[in-house]
Write a protein that binds this ligand. Structure first.
Ligand code: FMN
Length: 381
């Protein structure tokens, strides 16, 4: 049998490759997972307008974002604990992203610390969470600056972690009963490839950037507990102004879903926003991002760079989001599944597929360049 070809194949391959509690962690959303489903449904509802005989010729998929030239308007979204999906997963992902000419965004909650990823010599963007300990935040900012990260992505939709009931069920968060621990170990033994590749050879399993704050306790559930206690629900726009002042480069605010918030982001001088609901992992009941995007892009698209994520699985989804007003698109689970299924090569293959799909989609919507993709690619519903 050949390797995974589509997003659905990667989903299945990831499911086979990693223990169930990790797969559930990646796949799941918060509460009843309504918004998680809405993200995909909202994108699928966007119809594309087919154009033919447009003498399209060569297609240029490159784009400029925040002073960088990207091979296509696509980014690997920050994913916490990616290094648990494949050995030193963030390092593998940054290599794959570089090979395909797109940015990798390193999460605050990564397994590989900023220093380990920057030792590859590959530039990457850094995603920051606001912790109660502002000294820690400033220190992380300094480390990202020293590592030469060109763009800071400040995630603002996680003042408290949304309840992820799959993680409670699997014992990843909350107290694990003896039965729960047995299920987990059984799942690990059922995936000997993962147990050797990540469980044994992928150590340390610390969350590199936050381990120093966790008093040497490094298990995943310790992180989930730490994040519940240390993410700061009192964070406000004032804190973002403060960060703005400490970060010399472009700052992108991730987790905007409302026009009013988008306007404030522009007012405080952010260079970009990501229209995002954290992949349906925070406020369940919020709209799918493809629903929220058009109004936000219309309100602030001339003042800052609007990016979007949520439910993106392939190249046609990039065209949909750009048609709705985004200038670039992030994907989370798409690369997490690819990493779990095939490591660096898996992520590189996923990116090649996305690029090939984007090219075909551009040809069939009559777009020669990324700048040509606008509302005209959308069919009336
Ligand atoms: C397993 C997982 C972990 C995530 N960790 C982070 C994180 O550490 N920081 C962050 O800003 N967003 C995080 N996100 C949200 C993603 O960056 C992104 O917004 C989301 O995955 C987009 O939806 P998609 O998975 O449907 O592409 C995470 C998402 C998933 C699925």
């Amino acid at each position: 049998m050949n390797g995974p070809a589509t997003h659905a194949d990667l989903y299945q391959a990831a499911r086979r490759s990693i223990p169930r509690f990790l797969f559930d962690y990646v796949q799941g959303g918060s509460f009843d997972e309504l918004t998680l489903a809405r993200n995909r449904a909202a994108l699928e509802a966007v119809k594309l307008r087919q154009r033919v005989l447009t003498a399209i010729g060569d297609i240029d998929m490159s784009t400029a974002l925040f002073g960088q030239t990207l091979a296509m308007p696509f980014m690997l979204a920050p994913i916490g604990m990616a290094g648990m999906l494949s050995r030193r997963g963030e390092v593998q992902a940054v290599r794959a992203a570089r090979a395909q000419g797109v940015p990798f965004i390193l999460s605050t909650a990564s397994v590989c610390a900023i220093d380990e990823v920057s030792a590859t010599g590959i530039p990457f963007w850094f995603q920051l969470y606001m912790a109660k300990d502002r000294g820690f935040v400033i220190d992380l900012l300094g480390r990202a600056k020293d590592a030469g990260c060109p763009v800071l992505v400040m995630t603002v939709d996680l003042p408290l972690p949304g309840p992820r009931y799959r993680d409670q069920r699997s014992g990843l968060s909350g107290p694990a009963s003896l039965w729960g621990q047995w299920i987990r170990w059984r799942s690990i033994f059922a995936h000997p490839g993962w147990a050797v590749n990540v469980g044994l050879r992928g150590r340390p399993h610390a969350l590199g950037n936050v381990a120093p704050l966790m008093n040497g306790r490094v298990r995943l559930k310790d992180f989930l507990r730490w994040s519940g206690q240390n993410f700061d629900p009192s964070v406000s726009w004032k804190d973002l102004e403060f960060l703005r002042a400490h970060w010399p480069g472009p700052m992108v605010i991730k987790g905007i879903l409302d026009v009013e918030d988008a306007k404030i982001a522009a007012d405080i001088g952010a260079e970009g926003i990501v229209v995002s609901n954290h992949g349906g992992r925070q406020l369940d009941g919020a709209p799918g991002t493809a629903q929220a995007l058009p109004d936000i892009a219309a309100a602030v698209g001339d003042r800052l760079t609007v990016l979007a994520d949520g439910g993106v699985q392939g190249g046609l989804d990039i065209i949909r989001m750009l048609g709705l007003g985004a200038k670039g698109v992030l994907a989370g689970r798409a690369w997490a599944y690819a990493l779990a299924a095939g490591g660096e090569a898996g992520v590189a293959a996923m990116l090649s597929r996305v690029a090939a799909e984007l090219r075909t989609g551009m040809a069939l919507t009559g777009c020669k360049t990324i700048g040509d993709i606008g509302p005209q690619v959308l069919a009336e519903s």
